[in-house]
Design a protein around this ligand. Structure first.
Ligand code: KG4
Ligand code: ZN
Length: 332
């Protein structure tokens, strides 16, 4: 069975192909144009998806040595995300499905992120915990089986990716801020400034990042320009460490209260962070647990995870109707 996956929920235009459960192509076009605006401009994002989607799909087919006629179904993100961006992908898929006379299935983008850990990994043990850390979401999921997830904690304000993006803006760095802060912090001193590690009362797996971002703003306003310029790598490293400590504190609380869980997955764009990957190793050693991280290309948005999330369902004959509408605020 050959499934084409399509992802256009934000600023990545992506197509993938899964054949008999194995990923054989994943093409991602990242819309660099948003950098100059310091964030994603929704109208430009939809326009870019329109410009790129045909080439991206053709290139995934080329890489997999398949033709359109070999496809048995199409999986597409229908939410959450930007309305215009979702519309491009969903309408493209409906047209393709009609013309090829094959079914399509709308996939929740967040479910896609949960499945990104399974792309190269056949040995999944349940129950496990997945920390989903992206630009729009920071959630802790207890995963009992492939299609059985319970949300046990989430952010009460900004997402972790947003804390990186907004922090980078305060530091005068480019968008997206996560990779910029990651890069500049590499030789920085994580103990240069002690930023707060906010906790949410009576909610051990929840997060709050907006106060941390504000404390960065006040701190940069308080110090003089020269001190800021000379120490930006140390300030970045200290701020990044505070974000990551909040994430690992929640995972530590999970180890205390869910002692039958041994495997922890981390997915979403922030899982690409190099310091997070180092801290994951220390966490594994300290708590005798396993932390599994997707390859870098499956952390940020991609269609491989969308096709993966659809695979079992499409094998079981699940499909969407042609009246399926984009759902920008879709929950899991
Ligand atoms: O999963 P994703 O591509 O899109 C959403 O579904 O939101 O995540 C994007 C987020 C952005 O906030 C970006 O700054 C962050 O992931 N990100 C990173 C890194 N790479 C991407 N954050 C920290 N370190 C990175 N290396
Ligand atoms: Zn995403």
């Amino acid at each position: 069975m050959n499934i084409l996956g399509i992802e256009t929920s934000c600023d990545e235009t992506s197509a993938s192909i899964i054949s008999d459960g194995k990923l054989i192509a994943n093409v991602v076009y990242t819309q660099e144009i948003h950098k100059k605006y310091g964030g994603v401009v929704p109208e430009i994002a939809s326009q870019q998806h329109l410009n790129e989607i045909i080439d991206v799909v053709d290139s995934a087919l080329d890489k997999s040595n398949l033709q359109k006629k070999d496809l048995n179904g199409i999986a597409v993100t229908y939410g959450p995300g930007l309305m215009g961006s979702l519309l491009v992908g969903l309408n493209f898929v409906k047209a393709m499905s009609l013309s090829l006379n094959i079914p399509f299935l709308g996939v929740n983008h967040l479910e896609g992120h949960l499945y990104s850990n399974y792309i190269d990994n056949d040995n999944i043990s349940f129950p496990n915990i997945c920390l989903l850390v992206s630009g729009g979401h920071t959630q802790v999921w207890l995963i009992k089986n492939y299609n059985e997830f319970t949300l046990i904690g989430e952010t009460t304000d900004d997402a972790a990716g947003e804390a990186f993006d907004k922090g980078a803006r305060i530091l005068g760095l480019n968008y997206p801020g996560g990779p910029e802060i990651d890069k500049i912090s590499k030789n920085g001193n994580i103990r240069y400034h002690n930023f707060p590690r906010p906790k949410v009362k009576n909610s051990p797996y929840s997060f709050s990042f907006s106060g941390l971002k504000t404390s960065l703003l006040y701190y940069t306003q308080k110090i003089d320009n020269l001190e800021f310029k000379n120490n930006i790598k140390h300030i970045s490293a200290s701020y990044q460490e505070a974000i990551l400590d909040c994430l690992f504190n929640a995972l530590e609380n999970v180890t205390t209260n869910y002692n039958d869980v041994n495997d922890f997955y981390i997915s979403g764009g922030v899982a690409a962070n190099s310091r997070l990957r180092v801290k994951a190793k220390s966490f594994e050693e300290k708590f005798n647990k396993k932390i599994i991280l997707p390859k870098l290309e499956y952390c940020t948005d991609n269609a491989a995870m969308i096709a993966m999330a659809s695979y079992q369902k499409m094998m079981n004959g699940q499909k969407s109707n042609y009246d399926l509408a984009p759902s920008p605020n879709l929950k899991l």
